[in-house]
Design a protein around this ligand. Structure first.
Ligand code: BES
Ligand code: MN
Ligand code: MN
Length: 456
């Protein structure tokens, strides 16, 4: 390992420069105008890993954006690790809030700034560079390694299930490692052992056939904006609990031990709140902030539109209103079941005189890691070697649909070894990557491959 680590130290600057080149490609998966950029993005990565001695590199087409697959073979009998990441990025608006342009990455304050630097291109390159370090020193990897990097994570991984089914044999492995999460805090190596799932719907409320004069018609017919606002308001009770019947039916209660473990983490709630800019914490009664974010389901209205929103006043009863609503889910909630319950409930509480449509946009299932599996101790050791600190277990409130899908399909444990920072501005203007984390992340991945090679 000495040579490998020395190589990583010696090439620290070049590894940063190479990531800068990849981040320049604006691979926004939600915008059809960027379809060609997604293809270019995948080809760029494919060419990059081809040059790192991969035995097999393929760009897999999907009905949406392509995924990249690569494979390195080690000695026969060595374990096989499947590494996952995504190459697509989030949109950049509001563009005028970026200090430097999102696709012209800049290096300031020990950070790289740009869209996708940490979510998730930087974390994909962490593995690519760890692989390179072995190939250029030892000539091969100590384990068999497969890399799958999808191009539709930020739009709900809608074609992923079919891709995994079609390529089940190609993706067979002993362990899975996903690097697409953040660490608990500065310099604290953190293995994420739980993710929430998701269901995301669009609710449309139709009333009159066209906008009506609110003097002539107001008071005579239902107003879709009023109706939708009332319906959304009724989805929570005064204790912050979701009122959709059956919503909590399959929610696994936190054990006392789980609650103790979460409470023991060095969580500075004041500091956390300050970073959000909100004036107080808020949420389901009876649970701490970390419990609410990591282990309790939520329902949130992500956006709402309808009626007149231009300058000045316009007296109408609008024809239509719509809202985007997402639920974060925890074990053992199922996206399809919750979507159906939410849809039925919204239909039930709609006032007379409006029509309600609920369209499902995407979903993903929650994940809880089998932390008694020995690979979690192995990963802790690897992470701690690189960062020189004890590794903690944490959860994340976010979702990565691949994780549960691959875990269910293969029955193998999935390590969530992430290298982001909690305040990295993912999905927001001024996303940044901590360059020290990038460097130590490459070492962590290298130690992980090495430690796994020595598991029996
Ligand atoms: N990298 C994130 C997942 C994540 C979120 C990790 C928060 C750690 C903290 C991922 O790219 C993401 O944004 N996922 C989406 C999934 C959705 C589009 C299905 C999410 O959580 O909103
Ligand atoms: Mn991500
Ligand atoms: Mn993301």
């Amino acid at each position: 390992m000495q040579d490998v680590i020395a190589f990583i130290d010696a090439n620290r600057k070049r590894f940063v420069d190479e990531l800068v080149e990849w981040v320049r490609i604006p691979a926004i998966s939600s915008d059809r105008a960027h379809d060609a950029d997604l293809r270019r993005n995948a080809e760029h990565l494919a060419a990059h890993v081809r040059a790192l001695g991969a035995a097999r590199v393929e760009v897999w087409k999907t009905p949406g954006h392509p995924a990249v697959f690569a494979e390195w073979k080690a000695a026969a009998g060595a374990p096989t690790l499947l590494v996952y990441g995504h190459h697509d990025v989030q949109p950049v608006d509001p563009l005028n809030e970026w200090v430097t342009p999102p696709f012209e990455p800049s290096l300031r304050d020990g950070r790289m700034w740009g869209r996708g630097v940490v979510d998730d291109k930087g974390q994909v390159y962490i593995h690519a560079k760890a692989i390179e370090a072995f190939i250029k020193t030892a000539g091969k990897l100590p384990i068999n390694l497969k890399l799958i990097v999808e191009g539709e994570e930020e739009v709900g991984s809608v074609n992923l299930d079919a891709l995994l089914r079609d390529h089940a044999a190609d993706l067979a492995s002993d362990f899975v490692c996903v690097s697409d999460t953040a660490m608990f805090g500065r310099g604290i190596p953190s293995l994420c052992v739980g993710l929430r799932g998701l269901t995301y719907v669009e609710v449309t409320v139709d009333g009159p056939a066209l906008d009506l004069h609110s003097g002539s018609f107001g008071g005579g017919v239902a107003n879709p904006v009023n109706a939708l606002a009332r319906m959304i308001a009724r989805l929570h009770d005064d204790d912050g609990r979701v009122t959709v019947p059956g919503f909590y039916d399959t929610v696994r209660a936190l054990s006392d031990a789980e609650r103790r473990e979460m409470a023991a983490l060095p969580f500075d709630e004041k500091e956390w709140l300050r970073a959000t800019g909100a004036s107080a914490t808020f949420g389901e009664k009876g649970f701490s902030t970390l419990e609410r974010i990591w282990a309790r389901p939520t329902l949130d209205c992500c956006g709402i539109v309808g009626g007149f929103t231009g300058e000045g006043a316009k007296t109408i009863i609008p024809a239509r209103a719509s809202a985007k609503v997402s639920c974060r889910l925890v074990p053992d909630q199922e996206p399809d079941d919750i979507t159906r319950k939410l849809r039925d409930h919204l239909q039930r509480i709609a006032p007379p005189g409006v029509r309600v449509r609920v369209e499902e946009l995407h979903g993903g299932r929650p994940y809880l890691a089998p932390t008694d599996h020995p690979v979690y101790e192995v990963a802790k050791r690897a992470f701690s070697k690189a960062f020189g600190k004890p590794t903690v277990f944490m959860r994340e409130g976010g979702s990565i649909p691949f994780v549960r899908t691959i875990a269910d399909a293969t029955g193998k444990p999935c390590l969530l070894m992430g290298f982001g920072q909690p305040d990295e501005n993912a999905h927001a203007p001024n996303e940044w990557l901590d360059l020290e984390n990038y460097h130590l992340g490459i070492k962590s991945a290298a130690y992980l491959y090495d430690e796994i090679s020595r598991m029996q």
